[in-house]
Design a binder for this molecule. Sequence first.
Ligand code: HEM
Length: 228
Amino acid sequence: MFLPLICSLWLFATSSSGIEYSNNSLCKDENYEVHWRFENNTETFYFKVRAKATGWIGFGVSRLLWPENETLRWNMYSMRHYDVLVGGVDDSGKKYFKDFMTNGHVAPKEDGHADWNVSNIIESNGTTTMEFSRKKDTGDANDDNVIEPGLRRMVCAYHDTVDYNISMSKFTKHTWNGYEDIEFIEKPKEKAVLAYRATEPPTTGASTLAVSIVGHLLLIVIAVIFFY
Ligand code: HEM
């Protein structure tokens, strides 16, 4: 009885600021929820990410580097060109967040220009929830990825207990990571081209022969009746 209620609450999650998130994903793990909404007129994404962790939580989008190469397409297993936001609430209750661009399986470097706008971070009951927005194209081509229509890869990670050390810019590797390929913005469908046949279909040899035989038979019958 309660399951449908819980499901509908999850499907139509709203933010504290009243934003209704129309899309959801688990980033392949039930301990990590992603809710989002894209606003067309402002070309802005609104996200809400919730993870079962009290350490740092991270969310981002991978760059489509080799679209034609199925294995390499998303820089698979390289942790390269992931445009990510990392945030949390530290042990003193201070909220923090930072914008990063990853460059391999090492602690990523801070992006000089912060383009993820964080509106809220809450840690409660062993769970951290972060709400933020970001332009589809931030205009920072070096440090950010454009979230184009069509399939994109979301990347997710967290550390169960250890926070990002903001004063020392010190990162501790995730205890969990995941990813999911998703259409953040639907790719416009290609219009079907209707073939238009300008001329009548040609008649086959068999049908022409049948018409001519019937025509001749009719002429013979008329002639016989006439002369009889
Ligand atoms: C101190 C910081 C980080 C270190 C040292 C690190 C290191 C690594 C390593 C060694 C792997 C290979 C698999 C494994 O050993 O688990 C990996 C995978 C992964 N990491 Fe990180 N990571 C860091 C931060 C992040 C952040 C902030 C994110 C995204 C929010 C992230 C997302 C991923 C993902 C999605 C994978 C799996 C796919 C892949 O290998 O590219 N990592 N990371």
